[in-house]
Design a protein around this ligand. Sequence first.
Ligand SMILES: [Zn+2]
Length: 130
Amino acid sequence: MNQLRKFMYGRYGVDRFSRDIILFSLFITLIASMTRSSLLLWLAYIPLFYAIFRILSRDTQKRARENYIYADLIRKVKVRAKNTKLLLVGTRTHKFYRCKGCRQMIRIPRGKGKISISCPKCRREFISRS
Ligand SMILES: [Zn+2]
């Protein structure tokens, strides 16, 4: 255990990005074994080696920046998925607007006539038919 600690000293270690790359690699391995594709099995090693490279890397600033960019990307994808789900579920009962100030998606119940809408994010107001 002490040897491992000594070996890992100054190295970046595991972060969310590396963990997800390893999970992605395992996922490809699973598909490769189900389809019996040896090419896919070999391709699964590429993300795995990249994850190992990141974990053992001594350039911790660069790895931290990559992890930050990855986390930001995941956050954006989650927001988009949530908005798409809201759009798909609620078009009959709600109307959707995008704030002209900050591009925030705003959901308004239908059938309330002409109303003043204020953006919950940037407080910009506009009048629209609901
Ligand atoms: Zn806004």
